[in-house]
Structures are given as C-alpha cells and as structure tokens.
Ligand binder design. Structure first.
Ligand code: A2P
Length: 316
C-alpha cells in the first residue's frame, strides 16, 4: 500500500473505500469486507446517512482483532447545516458517536456552502446562509479547535476551488491539509492539484469511477459513462485489468488519494488490487487526452434562484 504523508508523520493509505451512496443494510458489510481484505482507509460523511452502521462494523472488526483502531484511517465531513461556530464541535461529536470512535483521522468541511441550522436539504433561498453570514474562516477556526481538542488528527476541506483555498489561506496560517474533490479522467484537475501541492495540501479524488449510481435527479441527460470509455477499456484489455483498475491506478500515480465506492465484495477487492496495474507512458498520454472538464457532481443542487451559490467552483 502506498501512503500520503503528513507533517506529523501520519500516513493516509492512498486507496480508501468510498461510502457515499452505500445503502443502509449494505454499507456495514462493505466496510467489513473491505477491512478484511486489506483496506485501512474508509471515507465517510454525516450526510451519507450511514455512519451509525459503519460505526457498528468498525467496532466489530476492532473487537474481533482483525484490525487495531490506530491502523485505520477514518475520514468524515461536516455537513452544511453545522457551519456556525457553535455547531461544528457538536456535529463532529455526533459523527464520532455514530462511528463508535474517540477520534477521526481527518475531518473535512464538506462544501463551501452553508445552510441554516436544522436544514438537512434546502428547498428555498431562505434555507441558506450566505458565506457573509457564515464565513468559512469562522468554521475553519472551529475545525482547528477540534484538532486541538483531539477529536480529529487532521483537518481539511472538500469541493474547494483554487480561489476559495487562496482566500482561506490568506486568513489562516494553519490551512487545510487535504482538499477532497471530484477527480477522474474526464475532470483531471491539473491546475488545482498543482496549487494544492505547492501549498502542502493533499488531494483526494471522489467519484473516481464516474459515480454511475447517483440518483437520476443528479444526472445530466446523456452524461458520458467513464467505465465504458473505449480508450480506457482498450488500455485495460492490454494489461489484463479492469477499466476501474486502470482508472484507480492512474489516480494513485498522480499522487492523489482515491476513494472508489463499492458494496460488492468482488469489486471491493478488485479496486484495491489496482495497484498491480503497470501503466506505461503511452497509456498515460492517452488518458491525459480524455480531460474535457466534465463534472458529474455539478453542485447545481445548491442553487436556488436568489442564493449566492450559483458558482460554487468559481468557474464563471
Ligand atoms: P457497486 O457498488 O455495485 O460496485 P464512484 O466511486 O465513482 O462513486 O463509483 C461508484 C460506482 O461504481 C458504483 O455504481 C459501483 O457499483 C461502481 N463500481 C465500483 N467499483 C467498480 C468496479 N471495479 N467495476 C465496475 N463498477 C464499479
């Protein structure tokens, strides 16, 4: 297993199990299967609605002696309705309780978007707080506090553009250690990766396989299927590997962590085994040419007519 290294010597396993879209009743089994087969990094979030079941699975594998807590890397994320200073630590404590843990390895601000406390999924403008009403720096200070309090070993952000990272770095000397963003061959994020690397921020790739299991409402009509891309399929055939393994391997070669989601035992194992694929220069060039800045997770679900979140990725 390869790791991403942190200043204090901690190491994040480069491949983790994603749990977004893993249903209750399935996710616990998936986590146990993953850990029994060598995964040591599990990516979670309060809003996925499945942390309690993951927590039971973690407690079981630790109790059974399959793994020690200190050998696991557990990430979770602060949901958008808990950005107010007074809400950050209670949200983290709830996640810890659900996950049956005393501390996280990494806690991320899930989105640079704030909802009013109590709103799980906004339906109207009034459900949001603007970033003037809930400044990211205030939320960030509480993230740092949670680290000081020993509730998490590391802190970071998710879905932050270069612009938002720059802005945050101007306001704090203690910036994010990780930025978790959508990243795959159709959205290669070269400039963001370079910026993060210069600023000692690790990048984790979410939706690395194109997240084909998102609900229909989140899908664009005729969106391209990454796993059915002909170029990648051909490279996979050449190496006797699966398309998913080629994509995951490509992600790790670029020095980003990657968190493919699966609840299927065979695919969970297959994804971790992607480290065995040996992509050559020609393969890398072909994959590089696939970048067309296509997002599966557009963030449009945070846009209501009058709110200030129409350009979450600062691309307009
Ligand atoms: P499943 O959970 O049934 O394995 P992403 O990580 O980009 O969100 O993608 C998750 C989607 O990719 C899920 O539909 C998942 O299905 C599927 N998936 C995960 N691993 C593989 C694999 N090795 N081959 C094909 N599909 C996969």
């Amino acid at each position: 297993m390869t790791y991403l290294n942190f200043k204090n010597g901690d190491k994040m396993p480069i491949i983790g199990l994603g749990t977004w879209k893993s249903d209750k009743g399935e996710v616990g089994k998936a986590v146990k299967t993953a850990i029994k087969n060598g995964y040591r990094h599990i990516d979670c979030a309060a809003t996925y609605g499945n942390e309690a079941e993951i927590g039971e699975a973690l407690a079981e594998v630790i109790k059974e002696g399959i793994v020690k807590r200190e050998d696991l890397w557990i990430t979770s994320k602060l949901w958008n309705n808990a950005h107010k200073s007074e809400d950050v630590l209670p949200a983290l404590k709830k996640t810890l309780k659900d996950l049956h843990l005393d501390y996280l390895d990494l806690y991320l601000i899930h989105w640079p978007v704030a909802f009013k406390p109590g709103v799980s999924y906004p339906e109207k403008d009034d459900d949001y707080l603007s970033l003037e009403e809930a400044p990211i720096i205030d939320t960030w200070k509480m993230m740092l506090q949670s680290k000081k309090d020993g509730l998490t070993k590391h802190v970071g952000v998710s879905n932050f553009s270069e612009t938002k990272l720059k802005d945050l770095l101007l306001k704090t000397e203690d910036g994010p250690e990780v930025n978790q963003v959508e990243l795959h061959p159709y959205l290669q994020q070269n400039s963001l990766i370079e910026f993060c690397s210069k600023n000692n921020i690790h990048v984790t790739a979410y939706s690395p396989l194109g997240s084909g299991d998102r609900i229909e409402a989140m899908k664009a009509p005729n969106e391209p299927s990454l796993l059915e891309n002909k170029v990648i399929q051909k490279i996979a055939k050449k190496h006797g590997a699966s398309t998913a393994q080629v994509i995951i391997n490509w992600e790790t070669l670029r020095g980003t962590a990657v968190i493919p989601k699966s609840t299927n035992e065979g695919r969970i194992i297959e994804n971790l085994e992607s480290t065995g694929v040996k992509l050559d220069e020609e393969d890398l060039e072909k994959i590089a040419s696939l970048d067309d800045h296509f997002r599966y997770v557009t963030g449009e679900f945070f846009v209501t007519k009058g709110n200030s979140y129409s350009d979450i990725y600062d691309e307009q």
